[in-house]
Write a protein that binds this ligand. Structure first.
Ligand code: YSA
Length: 341
């Protein structure tokens, strides 16, 4: 039977009445019957537009489309009304108490070492240092040779290295980086002076752990290379960093130290009040003036440029900030500890 304009109105009434009568389980069947893509009654109606006499086609088509839109909207409304009704029923039957406050969602937070790493980067960022990153699995060429620790040199024993047991190109010289200093070379290979950069990241050493040593540690490497950079620039920058990190009252000391990639080399330590009322020094970083050979290894003219570099131990800084007496707390994943920060 060919539908007429009048029959469209009848269809509308029939469909809406059926929708009102449908419950949760009848809804889908209603949708299939009326709006189904293949043979829904409205779909068939739309398809029959072409069978209409030419002069009625436009009007018929518009009416059929309007019917489709009306039914789609009505369907959405009915679905929502049934959902509300269902909630209402649950509430009145006592199955749920809608007046109870919602359950709070637990919030995560940043790990104290991550917080400290970010704060360190921010302090240096304000002093003009940008951030770079490098790989945790590193080549010996960068971790050692590039910073003047050649093979068989006793300085390789400064850190017990975790090597990757894989031969590449006839050599086994891939390792978990022992420090962030290989990034000095990586940065200088790609950037000409002036350079001001900090490189954060995890490092790994075969360490016996104790209250101040972990086998996985976080460092923030710093490097500045330019014309006329001097030791006093290094001290000024590190003093400013310590003041911003620990406040005015914390005491800082520098003492001489040896690293093959600097000359001269220093370590910086911060005072730690002991239980007996005294203080002791906790070393937080190694630093120095970049050795000219390190500059030359990376293709920088050491007769023109000088630089300073440092490697800060992030866990140690976090310990000093918050008075944490044992580094091992950081990686035990005890929420009672981690929630305090
Ligand atoms: C020195 C001179 C430079 O021009 C640049 C960087 C450096 C630092 C050098 N690469 C280095 O790694 N020195 S270090 O072995 O003395 O470590 C630096 C800092 O990392 C230490 O002061 C300490 O704060 C931290 N650290 C070292 N071993 C650690 C550790 N923190 C926790 N656990 C360990 N096992």
């Amino acid at each position: 039977m060919t539908a007429t304009i009048e029959s469209i109105e009848e269809l509308r009434q029939e469909a809406l009445a059926a929708l009102q009568a449908a419950d949760e389980s009848g809804l889908e069947a209603w949708r299939a019957e009326w709006l189904g893509r293949q043979d829904g009654r409205v779909t068939l109606l739309l398809r029959s537009v072409r069978d209409q006499p030419q002069e009625q086609r436009a009007q018929f088509g518009a009416a059929a489309n309007a019917l489709k839109n009306t039914l789609e909207e009505a369907f959405q409304e009915r679905q929502e009304a049934l959902r509300q009704q269902q909630l209402q029923d649950l509430a009145t039957s006592g199955a749920i108490d809608v007046t109870l406050p919602g359950r709070p969602q637990p919030h995560g937070r940043l790990h104290p070492v991550t917080q400290t790493q970010r704060d360190i980067i921010e302090v240096f960022g304000e002093m003009g240092f940008r951030v770079a990153e490098g790989p945790e699995v590193e080549w010996a060429k960068y971790n050692f040779d590039g910073v003047r620790i050649p093979e068989d040199h006793p300085a390789r024993d400064m850190w017990d290295t975790i090597w990757v047991d894989k031969e590449i190109g006839g050599r086994r010289d891939m390792l978990l980086r022992t420090h962030t200093s290989p990034n000095q070379v990586r940065v200088m290979e790609h950037q000409a002076p002036p350079i001001r950069v900090v490189v954060p990241g995890k490092c790994y050493r075969q360490e016996a752990t104790d209250a101040t040593h972990e086998w996985m540690l976080t460092q923030v490497e710093g490097l500045a290379v330019d014309e006329g950079i001097r030791m006093s620039d290094l001290k000024g920058v590190l003093y400013e960093f310590a003041r911003r990190m620990f406040g005015q009252d914390r005491e800082i000391t520098f003492h001489h130290s040896y690293f093959p990639f600097v000359e001269p080399g220093v370590e910086m330590a911060v005072d730690w009040p002991t239980a007996e009322g005294g203080t002791r020094w906790v070393e937080i970083l190694g630093a120095g003036m970049v050795h000219p050979e390190v500059l030359e290894n990376a293709g920088i003219d050491s007769s023109r440029y000088t630089g300073f570099a440092f490697g800060i131990g992030v866990e140690r800084v976090a310990m000093l900030r918050w008075g944490i007496d044992d580094i091992r707390h950081f990686y035990h994943n005890d929420l009672r500890f981690l929630r305090q920060f």
